[in-house]
Design a protein around this ligand. Structure first.
Ligand code: IMP
Ligand code: MG
Length: 176
């Protein structure tokens, strides 16, 4: 286990196995016009493993959005940090994020893309917190539902660190 990590919530093996399933769930609904939209930076690791399991012609785009600003609670405001947006015309867009918490990020991004000419917009998250979300929306594909606790690893950070852990973990008190 890495320094600062108290327990492993989802092991590397279990994460990887579940991503096989998620890729299949997405492709079974259709293989055409797929555009993967990765929400940086948290979804970077997950998305890279996910789209490499999708052996079809697809487009890849990244969006820089921020809602946590490095801390442990959502600021309640989703900031779009890119100056230009990709062309979503005619695409079946799959927005990929690390975790669904308040839901604000995913809902804001999906609304924005849907209003920008996409054929359809779906959402895929590795983790969803089992809690009442702030928005009236549910992600289309969810890897794991977890309790309402702060997690790190596999792309998820605490103050910019821990993204490189290959598993999902919980921090110890003294690491916070
Ligand atoms: P939402 O807008 O509240 O759904 O938050 C989604 C974003 O908050 C994710 O993209 C993460 O970057 C961040 N986030 C939410 N929960 C956690 C967590 O437990 N650990 C690390 N980042 C988190
Ligand atoms: Mg984050």
């Amino acid at each position: 286990m890495h320094e600062g990590v108290e327990k492993i919530l989802v092991s590397e093996e279990v994460v990887q196995h579940r991503i096989d399933g998620l890729a299949k769930e997405i492709l079974v609904k259709g293989e055409d016009n797929i555009m993967i939209v990765v929400l940086l930076k948290g979804a970077l690791v997950f998305a890279a493993d996910l789209f490499r399991r999708m052996p079809v012609m697809l487009d890849l785009e990244c969006l820089n959005v921020s809602s946590y600003h490095g801390g442990m609670e959502s600021s309640g405001v989703v900031k779009f940090l890119d100056t230009t947006m990709p062309n979503f015309d005619g695409k079946r867009v799959i927005v990929v994020d690390d975790i669904y918490d308040t839901g604000l990020t995913m809902k804001s991004v999906c609304d924005k893309i849907q209003n920008s000419g996409a054929l359809s917009v779906e959402s895929c998250v590795l983790l969803a917190k089992d809690k009442k979300h702030d928005v009236d929306y549910e992600p289309d594909y969810v890897g794991f539902t977890i309790g309402d606790e702060f997690v790190v690893g596999y792309g998820l950070d605490y103050q910019g660190k821990y993204r490189n852990l290959p598993y999902i973990g919980v921090l110890s008190e003294d690491a916070i």
